[in-house]
Ligand binder design. Structure first.
Ligand code: ATP
Ligand code: MG
Length: 507
């Protein structure tokens, strides 16, 4: 319908311009770019997320300009540019921006998209002649607004402003068609619902349900990027709750679905999946970073795999260990960066630690700091916090929190890894007049296990005399002690915790 009016009726096009004069706060760099383009007779508009955010009085994350200029013409007009991607986007760089969002401003020629033979991405990117063509290819009405800086006018061809006022996400044009062109848009709809606190229009929602299976065609990388944005939104359970209802979770990870509706035990009023969503929401509310939010969402992911009934109660022994493995698999499958995976895996692996509230000893805290590392120990406390809040437990007594904090701080000053011993491999070799060999590692582990028990033993003279004493052992004996020490350093607290769990019959 609108194609007809665009081709035929410029007066209607005029009517699509908002009657209200809009004056927005736009950074100087962005105004300058627009002015340079305008003065060279290239039409240009702010477009997409930034226009939507301006209308919502939200601070735009980035500034996108669409223009009638082609990439070479754009590049020729600005000093510091780089050609960004296959879509003809030229990044314009400001070394000393007035705000972070203008460090790179993206200027993209009008584009249109043609056929999508694989349900994923257009087969080719085509330049368009007009703004209308460019807006028409965009996903949602609220993302298809353009704003002319020079004329202070909003171009609204699809009633995006109305949808912003009504706070709804609606596709541009027929939702079935738009989702079969690019199935990722379905996840994007949920993402924007979470990010903006909008509802999804009922036809759009029905089309998501109908077309969801097309998501199998979408690359993991693109799913990952939307998933990250959902997790980083202020209330991720909005999008993930919708995904649960609509049966979309399986396309992020089938593991998520296993906890849906799964009852736990006396300690829990929520099912596994609901608990995880609540823990994630808490982490989001506290504005924790991505790896902490992911750990909050994944920490009990293995409960469905480890559930056993013991004395009539459900138990989940080992769900931390199995969960760490599952987390690694899921995040690897979604092509998360290694660095994030390692952090989340560690947090999931050790999330049970601080739940043993009454019985934590200093040496146990020392070992946990060794296991998750000093960089992650406070994040682990935050995961614990999210876990607790996600169970609907009352806020922690400040006394107990203070106790943890002081214990952590206390042990942080103690050595927790061989690197912090006041002796190193080189010292051991020269002291014992030997070369490199397994004995060096064994000695270090033995010394560390002694120091973990009693930090006062991390004293050079004492360590040297222990090295010499250990060298009098036979290689076999040394190996045996070394291996025992390593196991102890890595895992003693696990044994302690298992014993405690057994005693109290808790998970
Ligand atoms: P954010 O504030 O998160 O950056 P955004 O709306 O700018 O939100 P982007 O993913 O940066 O979202 O995309 C920029 C714009 O490009 C969107 O507003 C939309 O107009 C368009 N767009 C992006 N991805 C798609 C897609 N898969 N299909 C159609 N249009 C899209
Ligand atoms: Mg954007």
């Amino acid at each position: 319908m609108w194609v007809r009016f665009l081709l035929g009726a410029p007066d209607k096009y005029y009517r699509a311009m908002s009657k209200i004069k809009h004056k927005f706060e736009i950074p100087e760099e962005v105004r300058n770019i627009s002015q340079v383009l305008s003065s060279t007779k290239f039409d240009n508009y702010l477009v997409g997320g930034c226009v939507r955010d301006l209308l919502l009085s939200r601070k735009p994350k980035d500034w996108d300009i669409t223009t009638s200029a082609n990439p070479a013409e754009i590049e020729a007009l600005f000093e510091k540019t780089f050609y960004e991607n296959a879509y003809g986007t030229v990044g314009i760089v400001h070394e000393t921006p007035t705000e972070e969002s203008t460090r790179v401003v993206e200027v993209t020629p009008y584009r249109t998209e043609s056929t999508y033979s694989d349900f994923r991405r257009p087969d080719e990117v085509k330049w368009a002649k007009t703004l209308e063509e460019d807006l028409k290819r965009r996903d949602f009405t609220v993302n298809a607004l353009a704003y002319s800086i020079s004329e202070e006018k909003l171009i609204d061809l699809f009633e995006g402003e109305r949808d912003i006022e009504k706070r709804v996400i609606r596709t541009v044009g027929n939702p079935d068609e738009r989702f079969s062109e690019d199935a990722l848009r379905m996840l994007r709809a949920l993402r924007f619902a979470s990010e903006l606190g909008f509802a999804i229009d009922s036809d759009t929602l029905a089309a998501v349900e109908k077309n969801k299976n097309l998501l199998v065609h979408v690359s993991k990388e693109r799913i990952r990027d939307e998933f990250i944005k959902i997790v980083m939104s202020p209330a991720p359970s909005v999008a993930l709750g919708l995904a649960t209802q609509l049966g979309l979770l399986q396309f992020i990870s089938p593991e998520f679905e296993k906890g849906i509706g799964m009852e736990q035990n006396k300690a829990h009023i929520y099912t596994v999946w609901e608990h995880l969503l609540r823990a994630l929401d808490h982490a989001a509310k506290k504005e924790f970073p991505l790896h902490v939010r992911l750990a909050a969402l994944f920490h009990d992911i293995a409960k469905p795999h480890t559930m056993k009934i013991l004395n009539g109660e459900r138990t989940f022994y080992g769900h931390d260990v199995v969960g760490a493995r599952l987390t690694r698999n899921i995040l690897t499958d979604l092509k998360f960066p290694r660095e994030i995976i390692e952090k989340v895996v560690k947090l999931v692996r050790w999330h049970m630690f601080f739940s043993e509230t009454e019985t934590i000893t200093l040496s146990a805290v020392r070992r946990i700091v060794r296991n998750v590392g000093p960089d992650l120990i406070w994040d682990l406390m935050n995961v614990r916090n999210a876990d607790r809040t996600g169970m609907g437990r009352p806020k922690e007594t400040t006394y107990r929190l203070r106790k943890y904090h002081s214990m952590i701080e206390e042990v942080m000053r103690d050595p927790v890894s061989v690197r912090q011993l006041n002796i190193n491999g080189g010292d051991i070799m020269s002291l014992t007049e030997t070369g490199p060999g397994p004995h060096v590692g064994y000695i270090l582990e033995i010394l560390l296990s002694e120091v973990l028990e009693d930090p006062k033993k991390n004293e050079r003279k004492h360590l040297e005399s222990r090295v010499l004493a250990l060298m009098t052992l036979s290689p076999k004996e040394l190996e045996k002690l070394g291996i025992e020490a390593r196991e102890k350093n890595q895992g003693e607290d696990e044994k302690e915790i298992e014993e405690i769990k057994e005693k109290y019959k808790v998970e």
